[in-house]
Ligand binder design. Structure first.
Ligand code: SOE
Length: 383
């Protein structure tokens, strides 16, 4: 028998759908001790909340998140709202000793993130941040290979996250769907939205970042604000690049933008070690590029593209899905994240990234912002 775990989700946008889909699917594919129950969804507009609840099978709705947080029949609060609301909701939910699953980035900045870490640790409840790309099987396989020592000494890490959806200068900022361009709601632009993913993956694969130098640009300086109707200054970074040194001695570059015409979600990384290199590309997410210097004769040595779809435990998560060769997609990374969260709950070994782990990304983001402001190298605090 599985134990029900009542979910109360706040927000119902793109991520609300991704998370709900994961809750619906997870027990069909994974043997788990817990079972998410779609208990309530919360949105300010009752009609929208009701439509979402009907579509996904939520049992009830709330229009005030405080009421949801207070409800005795809710075990987990899932925060899928814009970044500027994460902290307030998380602090309240922690006070009611609710478990919390929070969308990325954890917070608007490091100090706010730290308050959330302290509150959740004081409450002593399970928590996790939805950095989903760690759970793409090819990315998890990269982690396993690195942990096995396949790469040897690491020299380089290179990551990119490129999009092009804000090039139009007459695209407004703010409000539903466009809050990511509004600094008051998002806190930052591509750094917190896109680079945060790259940083989370990099810290996981390659360890802590010691120091960095960053630059940002806002290409469109003013946009009409959907909430005020006025043309207002754009406060987010449209593009952000940084170079850094990792504690393991490797050098790295990171780039993100919403102005790379033709790119919708080009999320990639490459890592070069003394014995091997690995590369991954979200657009081909089930493949891991591997170059193994020790493998084969010189004339046959080269990059290979491993199709990470074997249903053996060696290809992470894949034994839970179809037969070898049949691939899975983006939404499955969320299913895996819920599966890991529930497994962690049962075993007492929490799934990562929890709030504290996600706070490490926040500290890197703060250093990026400081460096971009004055153009100097910044140390990244070890936390
Ligand atoms: C932005 O367009 C966005 O939806 C991010 O907010 C997500 O975190 C990323 O995974 C895809 O792009």
């Amino acid at each position: 028998m599985t134990k029900p775990l009542n979910i109360g989700m706040i927000g119902y946008g793109f991520m609300g759908r991704a998370h709900s889909n994961a809750y619906c699917k997870v027990n069909h594919f994974f043997d788990l001790k817990y079972r998410p129950v779609l208990k309530a969804v919360c949105a300010r507009n009752a009609e929208n909340a009701k439509a979402f609840a009907d579509q996904w099978g939520y049992e009830s709705i709330e229009t005030d998140w405080r009421k949801l947080v207070e409800r005795k029949d809710i075990d987990v609060i899932d925060i899928c709202t814009p970044n500027n609301t994460h902290a307030e909701i998380a602090l309240a939910a922690a006070a009611y000793k609710k478990m919390i699953l929070c969308e990325k980035p954890l917070a608007m900045n490091g100090p706010e993130g730290l308050k959330m870490v302290q509150a959740i640790e004081k409450a002593g409840v399970a928590n996790m941040v939805w950095y989903n790309y760690r759970r793409v099987p090819a990315v998890t396989l990269a982690k396993n290979l690195i942990d096995e020592g396949k790469l040897g000494r690491v020299f380089h890490y290179r990551a990119k996250f490129l999009q092009d959806w804000t090039i139009k200068a007459d695209l407004p900022q703010g409000g539903q769907g466009l809050w990511r361009i509004d600094v008051a709601a998002a806190g930052s632009g591509v750094s917190g939205d896109l680079l945060a993913h790259c940083i989370d993956t990099a810290l996981w694969l390659n360890g802590p970042i010691e120091s960095l130098s960053a630059t940002t640009e806002t290409f469109v300086k003013e946009r009409k604000h959907n909430l005020t109707g006025k043309v207002e200054k754009v406060g987010i970074d449209d593009a952000c690049m940084f170079m850094c040194r990792f504690a393991n001695g490797s050098l790295a570059t990171f780039e993100s933008t919403r102005y790379a015409r033709g790119h919708k979600a080009l999320n990639t990384f490459e890592i070069n070690g003394e014995n091997a290199s690995l590369s991954w590309d979200l657009h081909d997410l089930h493949r891991l590029g591997v170059y193994d210097y020790k493998e084969g004769e010189g004339k046959l040595r080269g990059w290979k593209s491993v199709h990470v779809t074997d249903n053996s435990p060696e290809h992470p998560y894949m034994d839970k899905w179809w037969v070898p060769g049949l691939q899975i997609g983006y939404e499955h990374s969320f299913v895996h994240q819920v599966a890991d969260f529930l497994t962690g709950l049962a075993s007492g070994k929490p799934a990562m990234p929890d709030f504290r782990d996600a706070y490490r990304t926040q500290v890197v983001l703060d250093a990026i912002m400081e460096s971009a402001k004055d153009g100097t190298w910044k140390k990244v605090a070890a936390v």
